[in-house]
Design a protein around this ligand. Structure first.
Ligand code: ZN
Length: 311
C-alpha cells in the first residue's frame, strides 16, 4: 500500500465517521424528534391540530402543505379542489426532470406544486391557491403557472375573492424561458382579476418565498393587502447573498418582520391568528365589517329606499 492509498483510506474513514454522527434525511423523517430552539422536541408537540406545525416555544413556523392549509382556512370538507390544466411535461427534455416530477407527484398526490381550492366563508366565495414546497421546491413550472392563472379565472367567473398562500423557490429552471414567461402571465392574470372582478386579492407569505415568485404574482404591490406568517421572503437565498457580498447579513435579513418594518407587507401574524385577520380584511374591503360599516349600510339602504320612493 503506497502513501496515496493510505491517505485516501484515512479520508474515507473520516467521511464515514462524520456521516455516522449526522442522521440521514430518511432517518430524520422517520424520527419522532425534531431539532428546534431548545434542542430535540417531540414532533407531536409541533405537528398537531392545535399548534398547526408551529413550535410552542420559539414560534417557528414549519411548512403547512396546501391540504393542511385549506383544511385550516376553509374547514375540513368545506371546500372543493379545482382541477387545473396539465400542459405537456418536460418540454425541453431536461435531464432528470421527469423523475423529479414523478417524485413530487408521488409525494404530494398533486400534478404540480400549486393546488387551487374554492370555498365559502361567512357567505363570501373565496378562491384560494397554495404552493407545496415539497414538490420540486415549490417551483413554478408551466403546470403550476397555469394553475395560478386558472385560479384567477375561476375567481372572475364566480365573483370570488382570492387568497394566495405564497412560498417556494421561484421559477422551475428545468423549463427555462417557459417557466419564466409565467412570471408575466400570472401578474397579468392577477391584474385582470383586479380590473374585472372588484373582489379583494390577499397575498400571504408563508415558509420561504423567493425568486420569480416574489418577483411576480407574490410581489408586495400586486395584492390589495399583503400579509405574512413568520417567514423568509427575498429574491436570492441568504447563503447566496452572503457568498456574493462576502459580508455578514444584518439581523432579521429577509424576515417577514423586516418586510413589515420596510413597508413591504401589511402585517405579520401567527398561523393561529392569520385566518381571522384575512377574513376581517376581506369583509372590510367588501364593506361587510365593523359597526361603522353596518351604520353606513343602514344609511345606504335608507337612501336607496328614499330614492325608490321618490321615483
Ligand atoms: Zn422552537
Amino acid at each position: 500500500m503506497n502513501w496515496i492509498t493510505r491517505i485516501k483510506k484515512i479520508g474515507e474513514n473520516i467521511k464515514r465517521n462524520i456521516q455516522k454522527k449526522f442522521p440521514t434525511k430518511k432517518e430524520q423523517a422517520e424520527s419522532n424528534w425534531i431539532s428546534c430552539c431548545s434542542g430535540p422536541v417531540l414532533k407531536s408537540e409541533i405537528f398537531n391540530d392545535e399548534q398547526l406545525n408551529t413550535c410552542p416555544k420559539c414560534l417557528k413556523h414549519y411548512p403547512f402543505n396546501p391540504i393542511e392549509r385549506f383544511n385550516h382556512f376553509f374547514g375540513k370538507n368545506n371546500y372543493q379542489i379545482i382541477n387545473t390544466p396539465s400542459p405537456p411535461d418536460d418540454m425541453l427534455d431536461f435531464p432528470g426532470y421527469k423523475e423529479k416530477l414523478a417524485r413530487g407527484r408521488k409525494l404530494t398526490g398533486h400534478h404540480c406544486a400549486v393546488v387551487v381550492a374554492k370555498g365559502t366563508i361567512e357567505g363570501i366565495d373565496i378562491v384560494s391557491f397554495a404552493i407545496d414546497s415539497r414538490f420540486n421546491g415549490g417551483s413554478i413550472n408551466s403546470a403550476a403557472g397555469e394553475a395560478i392563472v386558472s385560479a384567477y379565472q375561476k375567481a372572475i367567473d364566480d365573483s370570488a375573492a382570492v387568497v394566495a398562500w405564497c412560498e417556494g423557490g421561484g421559477q422551475a429552471m428545468q423549463e427555462s424561458a417557459i417557466s419564466l414567461h409565467f412570471m408575466v402571465k400570472t401578474v397579468l392574470a392577477a391584474n385582470t382579476f383586479k380590473k374585472n372582478s372588484g373582489m379583494p386579492l390577499i397575498n400571504v407569505y408563508t415558509n420561504k418565498c423567493y425568486g420569480g415568485i416574489t418577483a411576480s404574482f407574490a410581489g408586495p404591490s400586486i395584492a390589495d393587502i399583503t400579509l405574512a406568517e413568520p417567514s423568509l421572503v427575498g429574491f436570492a437565498g441568504q447563503a447566496i447573498v452572503k457568498n456574493q457580498t462576502r459580508e455578514n447579513l444584518p439581523e432579521g435579513f429577509q424576515s417577514s418582520s423586516t418586510l413589515l418594518e420596510k413597508g413591504m407587507c401589511d402585517g405579520v401574524y401567527h398561523r393561529k391568528e392569520i385566518n381571522d385577520k384575512i377574513k376581517s380584511v376581506i369583509k372590510l374591503l367588501l364593506n361587510k365589517n365593523t359597526e361603522v360599516n353596518s351604520l353606513k349600510y343602514d344609511q345606504t339602504s335608507e337612501v336607496n329606499n328614499q330614492t325608490r320612493e321618490a321615483s
